[in-house]
Design a protein around this ligand. Sequence first.
Ligand code: M6P
Ligand code: ZN
Length: 192
Amino acid sequence: MNEIIEPKVNVEIESGNLKGEKVIEITKRLRDLENIFSDEHIRKIMEPNTIVYEVQAHMPVEEGTTAGLFFGTTIIHPGKVGDEYFMTKGHLHKKSDRAEYYWGIEGEGMLLLMDKDRNTWAEKMHKGSLHYIDADVAHRTVNIGDGKLIFGACWPSDAGHNYDEILMNGFSARLIEKDGKPILVSEWEIDK
Ligand code: M6P
Ligand code: ZN
């Protein structure tokens, strides 16, 4: 039968907000982000319910399904733990040959990328910036602005998340604020 139907899900282009079927929502608060920021002592004395970031994802197939795609929007709130900007946990993909796209929707940010040899670099994110994240490159997003950082993402449904490597060894560099500006500092340069 020929049928014309409404879309099952909508993305508000200006905000990235997703509404409709099969959209999941995740909120990460300071209390969920143990050992992510450099200064655990400061994180622990901050209000644990503070929202650091929120993720919405349209997951039309079950996670792990081959040949499907997921589409997400992430909002990182402005803030810092000490002099380190609010950021995502960061991950590699469980399937190390799966790539991903990110694009900037609102705000000012940085995409922190780290290759297999632990070389870390940062790409500026802003409205309209497009980022192709190569397979096997660890990725984390950082809000360096005064307002929300909102970005979109699209990744294969069988990519999966590997958080262990980052939790254990971190990225080899961190984005911190110095004299009111973001700088990328190597892990060994940060005094604890
Ligand atoms: C993007 C995608 C998601 C990821 C989210 C938050 O939306 O890459 O897969 O979950 O950012 O990042 P993380 O999982 O590292 O906290
Ligand atoms: Zn990813």
